[in-house]
Design a protein around this ligand. Structure first.
Ligand code: FES
Ligand code: FES
Length: 234
C-alpha cells in the first residue's frame, strides 16, 4: 500500500505491504537506525518515536497508521534544534513560490529566504544546514555530560520521550511541516515563567523506556539538567 509520511522535515512516500510495522518502515524503508529493535511487544520503549507530538512505540503500530501523519525520530533532532534557534519564527508554511524561488520569491528578502529554507522539506538537509548537524541538542549534551549513556540502546527512545515531555511542558515547540500553525500544548500567558518538569514528571515520562545499564539515575539527572538549561535560556 502507498503511504505518505512527514518524516523529520521531509514528506516521504512509501509503498509497503499492509502488514508492515512502523518499526520496519522506519528502519528498513526510511533508514532511521536510531529507532531500535527491542521486544516487539510495546514493553521496552527502544523503538519509541514521536507521532504528531506524542510518544509511541513503533513496534506495535502499523505503518499504515502514520499515513498522512508526522513522525520525528532522533535523526530529526537537527530540525528540532533549528526551530529552537529561531531559524523559523513564523507560523505559516511558505507558498510554493517562496520555496522554489518562483514569482513570489524576492531574492532581496533574505529573511523570507531563510524561512523557506527551513520549512521547505526538500531543503532542510545535512547539505543545507551542515553546522546544525554537527551540534548536539542540549538534551543530548546533558546525557553525555551526566554520563547517562552506557550501551546506548535505550538512549534514542529516552531522548524522544524527554523531548515529548518538554513539548508538553512548553519548554520547546516541536516543528511541523504539516501543521499550518505550530502547536504548543501548554500555553502560558505572556510574562509567565517556563517551569521545568519535576523529577516525578521526568520519571513518569521515562517509565516506558527500559534500560539495562544505567539504573535510571543518570538519565533522570540528564533530563532535569537539560530542562533547567532550556528554562534559563527562556
Ligand atoms: S521494540 Fe518496541 S517497545 Fe520494545
Ligand atoms: S544504556 Fe544500555 S540499555 Fe540503557
Amino acid at each position: 500500500m502507498k503511504l505518505s509520511v512527514a518524516l523529520n522535515a521531509e514528506q516521504r512516500e512509501f509503498d509497503v505491504p499492509a502488514n508492515t510495522t512502523l518499526l520496519s518502515l522506519l528502519r528498513e524503508e526510511a533508514g532511521c537506525f536510531s529507532v531500535k529493535h527491542g521486544c516487539e511487544t510495546g514493553d521496552c520503549g527502544a523503538c519509541a518515536v514521536i507521532v504528531d507530538g506524542r510518544i509511541v512505540n513503533a513496534c506495535i503500530l502499523l505503518a499504515a497508521q502514520v499515513d498522512e501523519r508526522e513522525v520525528i525520530t532522533v535523526e530529526g533532532i537537527p530540525w528540532v534544534m533549528a526551530s529552537m534557534s529561531g531559524a523559523a519564527q513564523h507560523n505559516e508554511l511558505p507558498e510554493a513560490s517562496d520555496v522554489e524561488g518562483g514569482a513570489g520569491h524576492n531574492s532581496s528578502d533574505s529573511n523570507a529566504a531563510s524561512k523557506s529554507s527551513f520549512q521547505n522539506p526538500e531543503a532542510f538537509s545535512r547539505e543545507e544546514h551542515p553546522s546544525t548537524y554537527e551540534l548536539l541538542h542540549p538534551l543530548q549534551q546533558a546525557f553525555v555530560d551526566a554520563h547517562a549513556i552506557q550501551c546506548g540502546y535505550c538512549t534514542p527512545g529516552m531522548i524522544l520521550s524527554s523531548l515529548a515531555l518538554f513539548a508538553e511542558k512548553g519548554l520547546i515547540e516541536l516543528p511541523s511541516i504539516k501543521r499550518k500553525t505550530r502547536v504548543t500544548p501548554v500555553r502560558r500567558k505572556p510574562g509567565i515563567k517556563k517551569l521545568p518538569p519535576s523529577e516525578q514528571e521526568v520519571r513518569e515520562a521515562l517509565a516506558g523506556n527500559l534500560c539495562r545499564c544505567t539504573g535510571y539515575l543518570k538519565p533522570v539527572e540528564a533530563v532535569l539538567r537539560a530542562a533547567e538549561e532550556l528554562v534559563s535560556e527562556g
